[in-house]
Design a protein around this ligand. Structure first.
Ligand code: SAM
Length: 202
């Protein structure tokens, strides 16, 4: 648990970037991240980064019917460790067929091992820390094909129940500013755990 001073220091260490109108001009609001999947290409090559027990994996499979889905997760903590066995059991047929590919490890270790420009889209949902999210965004930029999308969960300032500051909003803003990417979709879940989806501008 972070103290209030720690939380302020964490927030102060994140870049403060102001976006311009062009970064948001092409953005459409959606009611939730399920609808975001309906906007993703069908039969695509995709990656879910941060998988846990596979709740969103099932949505991805049902709503986008991917040709190949990479599932990347450390599955290292007590809270999430058993997720890997569940995924292996739930999707045994798809894993055997090579349609689902499991990559266990830290996102920042696994992502550099994937082929450049091999993904149509990626969805980031790991620890939501500023540095991790920024690194994941940077790595995903080299992995998505031209015209590809980078999406992710918890586009909000933090977990208000456990008082954990997130860096997703700040990292996404810095990434858009530095690389001229913009928002294509933003979801507006009524519990405040929004998802973003970005595309390269121009
Ligand atoms: C919030 S859960 C993912 C939930 C899932 N996307 C869903 O919507 O059902 C976060 C997951 O990210 C994983 N994780 C956290 N930090 C990570 C990192 N740096 N690299 C890889 N996985 C990480 C955890 O093991 C956990 O399973």
């Amino acid at each position: 648990m972070h103290s209030a001073v720690d939380r302020r220091e964490l927030k102060n260490a994140m870049a403060r970037v102001t976006l311009e109108r062009r970064h948001t001009a092409g953005c459409e609001l959606l009611p939730d991240r399920g609808h975001l999947l309906d906007e993703m290409p069908k039969g695509a090559v995709a990656a879910e980064i941060g998988v846990a027990f596979g709740d969103y994996t099932r949505e991805i499979m049902n709503r986008t019917d991917p040709a190949r889905l990479f599932l990347i997760d450390a599955w290292a903590t007590e809270r999430y460790r058993e997720g890997l066995a569940k995924i292996r059991s739930d999707w045994a047929g798809e894993i055997d067929a090579g349609r689902i590919v499991i990559e266990q490890g830290l996102s920042t270790d696994v992502l550099p091992t994937l082929a450049p420009a091999s993904l149509d889209w990626a969805y980031i949902d790991t620890n939501h820390a500023y540095q991790t999210t920024l690194e994941e965004l940077e790595l995903c930029r080299t992995l998505v094909k031209p015209g590809g999308r980078i999406a992710g969960h918890d586009f909000c300032t933090g977990n208000v129940i456990d008082a954990v500051p997130y860096g997703v909003v700040e990292a996404v803003a810095k990434f858009c500013h530095d690389h001229d990417w913009g928002f294509r979709f933003l979801t507006l879940e009524t519990r405040g755990h929004f998802s973003f989806c970005l595309e390269a501008l121009a």
